[in-house]
Write a protein that binds this ligand. Sequence first.
Ligand SMILES: Nc1nc2c(ncn2[C@@H]2O[C@H](COP(=O)(O)OP(=O)(O)OP(=O)(O)O)[C@@H](O)[C@H]2O)c(=O)[nH]1
Ligand SMILES: [Mg+2]
Length: 188
Amino acid sequence: MNVKSAEFVKGIVGPDQMLEDGKHKIAFIGRSNVGKSSVINSLLGKKGLVKSSSTPGKTKEINLFLVNEIMYFVDLPGYGYAKISMQAREKLRNLILWYLTSPEIEHSRIVLIIDAKVGPTKLDEEMVEILKNHGHDFMVIANKADKLKRNSRIVQLKTIQKKIGAEVILYSSKTRDGKKEVFAKIFE
Ligand SMILES: Nc1nc2c(ncn2[C@@H]2O[C@H](COP(=O)(O)OP(=O)(O)OP(=O)(O)O)[C@@H](O)[C@H]2O)c(=O)[nH]1
Ligand SMILES: [Mg+2]
């Protein structure tokens, strides 16, 4: 895909504010700090469009970015960040779950991002279950592949695929390795 324009449109903090304009949405979901915001930036080729940070828990709202005027890339808050209050964690979890169960996103693409080196955690496996239970068609990206030694990549990829029970694309938002495959899968 040729990215001609990408702009921040809106941050959603509660269930009353969904954008209901019928445009296609591609949502990125995953554990806190796994690199969701960085993946979006690297795919869109716009450094700094989406705020990323080495401090987990950076994204606290559901942020919508309008791409080429025709679709939204959706940056969701991460799950599983331990160093916030139980209440705040519950609030983020509810926000994510609300998004996933919102009728408006029924035909959205969901991109689950996991850490290539760490592999799927218990929370990631729970998210896979949630996505399956809601009948979502989702794809999986293993980000931070640059942290893997070249010769261990295939083995790690196979291990992750076996655990998740789905096809997984190795990706790095640092080197943009895998970008072509990711775009091809998103728009397949
Ligand atoms: N080595 C490496 N680091 C990465 C990669 N992608 C993201 N990071 C780093 O991981 C950290 C977290 O990135 P974010 O994009 O903010 O992660 P996030 O999932 O949006 O985090 P939350 O918004 O807190 O849920 C930052 O320090 C990034 O620079 C990657 O492909 N390779
Ligand atoms: Mg983020």
